[in-house]
Each structure stands twice: as C-alpha cells, then as structure tokens.
Design a protein around this ligand. Structure first.
Ligand code: AP5
Ligand code: ZN
Length: 208
C-alpha cells in the first residue's frame, strides 16, 4: 500500500507512521528525518537545507525531490511505503505522481491528520525527538523507547519557528488537500484524540 500522510506540523503524522511501521512493516519515508540526517552529517545537502529548516520554511524542491526519488528507488519501497512530509506543495505532488506512474505505481491514499493550531503549538513545544532514530514522544521521556538513544528538542520546535512552520503549511501545503480530494484518494482523521483512538480510525480509513 502506498500512502501519503498530510497534516500541519505536529498533527501526529510521524506518530501514526511509527505505529503503521510497527504493525505492518512498511518503510517510513520522512523527508524531515532524511533532511535532519543530512544536516547532522554536514553533507552538501544538509548545509544547504539547514537555514530553511531553522527558519520554518520549505527546503527548495530541487533538493528534496532528488532525495525522495533516490529513497523511493530502493528495493524496500517497491512493495509499499508511508511518505511523511512529502509532498509539501503541488509541484512536489505532481513529481511524485509522475515518478510513481513511471514504475506502474500509484498512491492508494492521502491521509490528512487534522488538528487545531492551538493544540499543535502545545504539542510541539513539549515534543522530544530521538537523536539516533527520530522517534518522537512528549517531554518527560529522556531515553528513546525504541533504540535507547538520547531525546532532544528540535531546533525548529521553539515557539517563534513553530508559528512560521504553521504559516508555511497554510500557504504551501494545505492546497494539497484539494489536490488529493480531486484525485479521489483523500481520507481525513480527527487527530485531536488519544494516539490509539486516532490509530484505530486510521486503520479503518486505510482498509487495514
Ligand atoms: P518535518 O520533520 O516533516 O516536520 P513537520 O511536518 O513540521 O512535522 P513534524 O515532524 O513536526 O510533526 P508530526 O505531524 O510528524 O507530529 P508528531 O507525530 O511528531 O519537517 C521539518 C522541516 O524540514 C520543514 O519545516 C522543512 O523545512 C523541511 N522539509 C521536510 N519535508 C520537506 C519537503 N517535502 N519539502 C520541503 N521542505 C521539507 O507529533 C508531535 C508531538 O505530539 C509529539 O510529541 C507526539 O508524541 C505528540 N502527539 C502525536 N499525536 C498525538 C495525539 N493524538 N495526542 C497527543 N499527543 C500527540
Ligand atoms: Zn531512537
């Protein structure tokens, strides 16, 4: 199954993806995680991407698209994937459709996790992320339950950057809701409920 996760920063895309990965073993392709790994490695891409990420802006398409194409070309993505954080604008969505159709593939669902902005600001300010594997949890969890790595606060989870990320989402990414609705694959879940309740609905919506 080929799935795209849509939703504002902090809506819970990564959290729901983690649960789908644990239960169904689909590869979780998060452009945020891939970009943070590039920043950590101080690769050419990472050096270029960092200033955009710190400012709460989208990294230019040319940089992100190649990263995703490369990841989707790996063998484990041929039998299904969960794309988290990509596409983030209409141009990226069109590239994705074109790349998949070259392989005779298509998206099965675009799942929108909806949460009100005020809830998001609270969630992101208290989020901690694993330095090693990217696992996320609310503040208070100091050691990653998945790999034992150290949990830290992302640079872009500071209040002023959170607001900028929300603005970027509204301006550039929210139009994708209409795009996928027109393509007949949009599914929407209310993400402002306990994680397991959201996940139960996610499975029903995806027919799992
Ligand atoms: P990215 O890493 O993709 O960040 P994001 O979209 O802002 O998403 P988040 O990871 O912040 O949120 P999430 O929805 O996954 O929430 P989570 O599950 O962690 O991107 C970062 C940056 O990279 C971008 O700003 C941009 O610069 C760049 N970038 C990435 N992709 C790009 C692209 N395609 N093009 C251009 N640039 C790109 O949950 C949040 C918190 O809430 C956690 O603490 C979690 O434990 C908690 N939580 C989750 N669900 C619930 C619940 N139901 N109830 C209570 N708490 C919950
Ligand atoms: Zn970890």
């Amino acid at each position: 199954m080929n799935i795209v996760l849509l939703g504002a920063p902090g809506a819970g895309k990564g959290t729901q993806a983690q649960k789908l990965v644990e239960e169904y073993g689909l590869p979780h392709i998060s452009t945020g995680d891939l970009l943070r790994a590039a920043v950590k490695a101080q690769s050419e891409l990472g050096v270029k991407a960092k200033s955009y990420m710190d400012a709460g802006q989208l990294v230019p398409d040319a940089l992100v698209v190649d990263l995703v194409k490369e990841r989707l070309s790996q063998d484990d993505a041929k039998d299904g994937f969960i794309l988290d954080g990509f596409p983030r604008n209409t141009a990226q969505a069109e590239v994705l459709d074109a790349e998949l159709s070259k392989e005779g593939l298509k998206l099965d669902a675009a799942l929108l996790v909806s949460v009100k902005p005020e809830v998001i600001v609270k969630r992101l300010s208290s989020r901690r992320t694993c330095k090693s594997c990217g696992y996320t949890a609310p503040a208070g969890v100091d050691t990653c339950p998945r790999c034992g790595g150290e949990m830290y606060q992302r640079d872009d989870d500071k209040p002023e950057t959170i607001q900028r990320r929300l603005d970027t989402y509204e301006r550039e990414t929210a139009p994708l809701v209409g795009y996928y609705r027109e393509h007949g694959i949009l599914k929407e879940v209310d993400g402002d409920r306990p994680v397991d309740d959201v996940y139960a609905d996610v499975k029903v919506l995806l027919g799992l």
